[in-house]
Design a protein around this ligand. Structure first.
Ligand code: HEC
Length: 161
């Protein structure tokens, strides 16, 4: 075997080893760069939810109409079930501003996390139905129940500062 072939082989081997290492890291969590992106996307996603929530709040307070509130509540019904996709393992920790973060319980007590997500899913469905009924008293009750989605935030969102 010529030395150049040998070198080529070891370069290839190194490449394979690197790929295997990345693969292994990927299976237990995500890489650092990916993690930052997941956290940023998650913040955007949560902010989108709160924007929809604000429209419903405005309806409760009388400054948005039923049509706008229906669209917003419909969006919440679609968004809340997508929440677990935004919490892949290995993405715990603070948001870039360092004020809030995810608690490790999101993963260590994942069943409880999913139960909280299910609870909020039911709450937004109730809110959506109330908005569609046009019964303001019902909307107020459902809106209070939802409590800015604290059914999950209380246990899984950490206030760091
Ligand atoms: C199953 C759990 C869960 C549910 C349900 C949930 N959230 Fe969150 N939310 C979190 C966690 C955990 C964080 C903190 C982590 C982060 O921001 O990366 C968070 C962060 C946020 C933030 C702060 C984002 C930022 O700028 O850092 C907002 C706003 C928010 N949620 C709004 C909502 C609204 C509105 C709903 C309901 C329609 C909702 N969330 C439902 C878990 C949840």
């Amino acid at each position: 075997m010529k030395p150049s072939t040998l070198m080529l082989k070891s370069v290839r081997l190194l490449a394979i080893c690197t790929m295997l290492a990345i693969g292994a890291a990927g299976s237990i969590g995500v890489l650092a760069a990916d993690k930052d992106k997941v956290i940023a996307d998650r913040q955007d996603f949560m902010k989108r939810q709160v924007r929809e929530w604000v429209v419903v709040r405005n309806y409760v307070q009388g400054s948005a109409d039923q049509q706008a509130a229906t669209a917003a509540a419909d969006n919440l019904v679609k968004l809340v079930p997508m929440i677990p996709d935004h919490f892949p393992p290995g993405t715990e920790g603070p948001t870039p501003d360092g004020k809030y973060g995810t608690k490790p319980e999101v993963w260590t007590q994942h069943d409880k996390f999913l139960a909280a997500q299910k609870k909020v899913t039911d709450q937004v469905a109730t809110l959506d139905a109330a908005v569609k009924s046009g019964d303001k008293a019902k909307v107020e009750v459902a809106f209070k129940e939802l409590d800015v989605c604290n059914g999950c935030h209380n246990d899984f969102r950490a206030k760091l500062q």
